[in-house]
Design a protein around this ligand. Structure first.
Ligand code: APR
Ligand code: PHB
Length: 394
């Protein structure tokens, strides 16, 4: 194994949306960073993920100069449909807050970020293996990794752990220095991507006696649908016909009749959990995005909460390097966690409101139906949902 030593200011572990967005913002601020990604570019871009962007995320992408395609191809939504008991109502976000959301595939966000990083020639190592973060609790941290037949050592000032839930960063914080909070939901989401026109111009979140369903989209001819399924279900057990039939059974008849079905081009099951790690900093290591927290996809908050972490961390590094001010760095964990917990609560609330839970008692069902009725009838309840769904301020 050949040795090689590199030097940079910030090592970003993880080349997903968090890592690439932070890298692009730091590059534009003249702060050197190296991105280490475990997988290949093709693998990263092959992931199908959610597609609702808060205004804050869109503004960050504008700031990063990565919003051209998004502005061209993204759909602006200022409301969503909530369906239950074969009826439905619309929550008009713009009636309560002038902050529409943008529907644009997360895979496309990652693609745009990869292309931006490649265009500026910023150092990115894909297929980076055996990444190890060393001496993060000292003033001289370093990161080692293997690529091909070379073992690299990067001497740096800071490490941004943007390597997702299964990454190495969170586990670098000693067990006795971190506290993890977790809630595992007793169901998963079976998702299908299809070359079919969306069933409706806005998203439909449905609570039906057979379970939750969601109708979303990527563009005018590419739709994304989900149905609640058993946690241990197998996507291969579901034929397309079975999926479409079950989805129709969970939608109000008006939408079920309009649904255009077709062959699935992707079919997969995702588990649902809420997870938060405290703190989001240890010495010169900072956790960002899924490395620090996971939300159930019901509120479409995964990428958007990664974005708020990135914004806080980017501003902290910029203040440190440009103004010799470490306040942002010192306050990062508390500032990020304050918003993370509000988003965690909202994602839990939407998940609890819209799913059928195993063993739900008749009392539980009446309470759930009453909450849906209250949301349907109350401007204040809808305002609270709208303010959270479109994105809390950073
Ligand atoms: N070394 C280097 N890279 C790693 C390592 C490691 N040890 N472990 C994981 N990675 C990479 C993964 O391959 C992935 O590309 O880190 C990246 C983490 O990306 P995400 O899991 O997407 O997390 P994040 O960038 O925080 O994005 C958060 O986007 O992907 C969605 O569900 C996610 O909505 C959430 C949002
Ligand atoms: C999606 O389009 O994949 C999507 C949209 C909204 C959600 C979750 C997923 O809440």
């Amino acid at each position: 194994m050949l040795p090689a030593t590199l030097q940079t200011r910030v090592v970003i572990v993880g080349g997903g949306p968090s890592g690439l967005l932070l890298g692009q913002l730091l590059h534009l601020a003249g702060i050197d960073a190296i991105v280490l990604e475990k997988k290949s570019r093709e693998y990263v871009l092959g992931r199908i993920r959610a597609g609702v962007l808060e205004r804050g995320m869109v503004q960050l992408l504008e700031q990063a100069g990565v919003d051209k395609r998004l502005q061209r191809e993204g759909f602006t939504h200022d409301g969503t449909i909530i369906a239950f008991n074969n009826e439905y109502f619309r929550v008009p976000f713009s009636k309560y807050i002038d902050k529409p959301v943008t529907v644009y595939g997360q895979t496309e966000v990652t693609r745009d970020l990869y292309e931006a990083r490649e265009s500026v020639g910023a150092p990115t190592y894909s297929n980076a293996e055996e990444v190890s973060i060393n001496n993060a609790d000292t003033d001289t941290p370093s990161v080692t990794f293997v690529q091909g037949d070379t073992r690299y050592t990067i001497n740096c000032d800071f490490v941004a752990g943007c390597d997702g839930f299964h990454g190495v960063s969170r586990k670098t914080i000693p067990d006795d220095q971190r506290k993890e909070f977790e809630k595992v939901y007793p169901f998963g989401w079976l998702g299908v991507l299809s070359d079919t026109p969306p069933v409706h111009e806005e998203l439909i979140y449905a609570n039906s006696p057979r379970g939750f369903a969601l109708c979303s989209m990527r563009n005018a001819s590419l739709s994304r649908y989900y149905i609640q399924c058993e946690s241990n279900d197998d996507a291969n057990r579901w034929s397309d016909e079975d999926f479409w039939r079950e989805l129709k059974n969970r939608l109000p008849q008006e939408f079920a009749e309009q649904l255009v079905t077709g062959p699935s081009i992707e079919k997969s099951i995702a588990p649902l959990r809420s997870f938060v790690c405290e703190p989001m900093r240890w010495g010169r290591l900072f956790l960002c995005g899924d490395a620090a927290h996971i939300v159930p996809p019901t509120g479409a908050k995964g990428l958007n909460t990664a974005a708020s972490d990135v914004q806080y961390l980017y501003q902290a590094f910029k203040s440190y390097y440009h103004n010799n001010d470490s306040a942002g760095i010192d306050n990062y964990s508390a500032t990020a966690l304050a918003r993370v917990w509000k988003v965690t609560r909202f994602s839990w609330w939407m998940t609890t409101l819209l799913h059928r839970f195993p063993g739900q008692s008749d009392f539980d069902l009446r309470v759930q139906q009453a909450e849906l009725d209250f949301l349907k009838q109350s401007d204040e309840a809808q305002a609270a949902m709208a303010i959270n769904y479109v994105g809390l301020p950073y």
